[in-house]
Design a protein around this ligand. Structure first.
Ligand code: MN
Length: 285
């Protein structure tokens, strides 16, 4: 169950919806997306998973150094992917939050059934679209979401990492964080133990926006300027390929996964079917 502060935060988010009054009946956008996941040049298995559909894009990075990261990221993405459909704006935040908690609880159940899974965990960064041109962001860990609007890139999530907490406290600079030896140490993950402490936010979507969610195999080796440059042209398929190739060229030693989604007016093309990539594509849990 969400803790009291989380419930209060949800209430505040929902209040702003009701004031605007258009959340359940307003215009709608859908996402035209492409996804790519690759094991990378160094690792022997891919612990990342991702999903790209008309209302939902999500990435999960099975926590490195823990057992069974593939299972953790697959559980997260499989659970979230059930949301991909028509979501009314006034249900958006609760729907997304409940699903993240459900994924966390499912992980706890699996660990109870199979003790060898103890210690597994995953990041999760998910964007869910609703009527009323709203987009909810759920986030835990160090995967990232960005938005490109009118040529300007904005990071929509804050890493739950040791180095980000040092940057926020003013102890080190962002430049020092980028090369810090412990920059991959995450402070929060979905791990099936207790309530999940994830971030939630809601944004307005504008047709023409381009969104990307990616694992740290991409964002750890590319600067914001480089990401903006790779995202700035071509289709989502072109963009995911450019991001992945650039991360490999930059020497990424991790699994790398990205989903790029364009916000377009109206319902999705009937020809576009959702895709799952990475560990979840081979998972039969
Ligand atoms: Mn990673």
């Amino acid at each position: 169950m969400p803790t009291l502060p989380e419930v209060q935060k949800l209430g505040e988010l929902l209040k702003s919806y009701r004031r605007r009054g258009e959340a359940s009946t307003g215009p709608r956008v859908s996402l035209q997306s492409a996804a790519l996941s690759d094991v990378g040049l160094v690792r022997s298995n891919n612990e990342d998973s991702a999903y790209a559909g008309p209302a939902l894009v999500a990435v999960a990075d099975g926590v490195g150094g823990h057992a069974y990261g593939e299972v953790a990221s697959s559980v997260a993405i499989t659970t979230l992917s059930a949301l991909d459909g028509d979501i009314a704006g006034d249900e958006l935040v609760y729907t997304l939050a409940n699903s993240v908690q459900a994924a966390n609880e499912r992980m706890g159940e699996l660990i109870a059934e199979r003790p060898e899974l103890h210690g597994m965990g995953t990041t999760l960064t998910a964007l869910l679209c609703s009527t009323g041109n709203r987009l909810a962001v759920a986030h835990i860990g160090d995967s990232r979401a960005y938005r490109l609007r009118d040529g300007a890139l904005r990071q929509l999530t804050t890493d739950h990492t040791l180095v980000q907490s040092l940057v926020s406290a003013g102890s080190i600079s962002a430049e020092e964080a980028a090369t810090h030896p412990r920059r991959s140490l995450i402070l929060r993950a979905l791990d099936g133990r207790g309530a999940a402490h994830f971030d939630l936010s809601v944004l307005r979507v504008v047709p023409g926006d381009r969104y990307v969610v990616c694992s740290d195999g991409i964002s750890d080796v590319l600067t914001d300027d480089e990401i903006a440059g790779k995202l700035g042209m071509g289709s989502p398929v072109d963009a995911v390929a450019r991001l992945a190739v650039s991360a490999l060229e930059a020497g990424s030693s991790d699994n790398l996964t990205c989903v790029v989604a364009d916000a377009v007016e109206g319902r999705p093309e009937p020809s576009t079917s959702p895709v799952s990539v990475g560990a979840v594509a081979d998972w039969h849990g």
